[in-house]
Design a protein around this ligand. Sequence first.
Ligand code: FAD
Length: 458
Amino acid sequence: MKYDYDLFVIGAGSGGVRAARIASQAGARVAVAEEYRIGGTCVIRGCVPKKLLVYGSEFAQAFADSKGYGWSVSGARFDWPTLRDNVQNEVTRLSGIYNSNLIKAGVTPYEERAELVDAHKVKLLKSGAEISAERILIATGGAPLLPDGLPGLDLGITSNEAFLLEKLPRRILIVGGGYVALEFANIFHGLGVETRIAHRGDRMLRGFDEDLRAHLHIESERAGIQLTMKTTLTKIDKQGDGLRVTLSTGEHVDTDQVLFAIGRHPNTRGLGLERAGVKLDDYGAVVVDEYSRSSVENIYAIGDVTNRVNLTPVAIRDGHAFADTVYNNRPTAVDHRSVPSAVFGRPPIGTVGLAESDARRSHDDVHVYRTNFRPMRNIISGNQERTLMKLVVDGKTDVLLGVHIAGEDAPEIVQMAAVAVKAGLTKKQWDSTVALHPTAAEELVLMRERVAAPPSIA
Ligand SMILES: Cc1cc2nc3c(=O)[nH]c(=O)nc-3n(C[C@H](O)[C@H](O)[C@H](O)COP(=O)(O)OP(=O)(O)OC[C@H]3O[C@@H](n4cnc5c(N)ncnc54)[C@H](O)[C@@H]3O)c2cc1C
């Protein structure tokens, strides 16, 4: 045979594992290399352990809320090593399942780093072995960005290390304004850590609907997370047992931990892609066509390394579509529009489709429906957290363009709302659905009054 394998996958994360399994089940001889742990970011140090920490962080508020319902909870104490270790045990269990699923599907896993030698050959770094393959799939994901040249940078951590902390800090400064920053802020805050966010922008969650962004600011500050916007770090110094951070405003912040969550970059550095002639964009992402094929005919790329929509279900779809296209004779292009997403903060966010500002840019007539209320669950508990719901509708066709929710269970609700947006339902069809009472979600089908258009548009 001309090549050692038909397909060599670099990276056993969400996308790589799916692509390897489907290709192998279609009859291809497949190998996959993983330099850290099988399962990738989502399973090992992303979605899964994060969501478990979110669950763990929500008990303090639940205990506080329970008083209004007649409960008294005394002596509640939190033990970080218990949560951390239970989460890690679950991660290990899942990684094992991923590994055995690969083997069951007939894929050969190599647990070491792989780099390209040329368009048909990879080198395994630990063993030094060189392996040839007819096709190579780049599924190396992304990695946390760090501020270049910041004095004291080594004193900080990223989300990668946050899951493994030896002890819970008393105070934490989180740097960044995206969903990872906000989620970790809520996790630590919920676990009793004095939490502050420093972000260079003027608001968190760039790219999300402006009403959601404003709502999250109000709710985060009300809950007690300190938000410092339009600020960067100029240095970090050790001070006693803790750290002293100097901000661009000149302010000093004393803290015990600094967590950088300023974004992620595609994992293409040092991969040898230039040796094979694979084109990257300015951000370092592999440039691909709709079938995930790179500029080199036999090299494909899927998931975060292509920087299209950086979410697990998308990487999985990309991987599956690649394998169907190439090995199942079923050319499949993934539709990256109307992908729902969540931010597991307080309150959690679920969102799908166009933000109001994007809709106004692409449509002549946009109708907006919005409600903001304190949900039933929070009334007798005394919890002040409010829910925001918003629908963005094409005024000409009545088609639903976006659904945005910040409130309890928002991600669960939006998964279903995404079906309506994807299907292109009209607001009239949406409203013809009878409310399910008593729920918070019923408000979604009861919004009759349009919000007046902003003065510049009216
Ligand atoms: C803190 C955090 C929370 C997140 N939460 C969510 C969420 O709630 N929902 C959601 O949908 N998404 C979430 N994500 C994003 C999600 O994890 C990614 O979109 C997803 O993992 C991308 O899958 P992938 O297959 O492209 O890459 P990855 O899952 O990152 O897999 C890439 C793999 O390649 C390996 N690798 C890299 N280079 C090499 C090499 N040269 N040789 C061998 N192996 C290599 C890496 O070690 C890694 O295991 C989160 C991410 C983070 C960081």
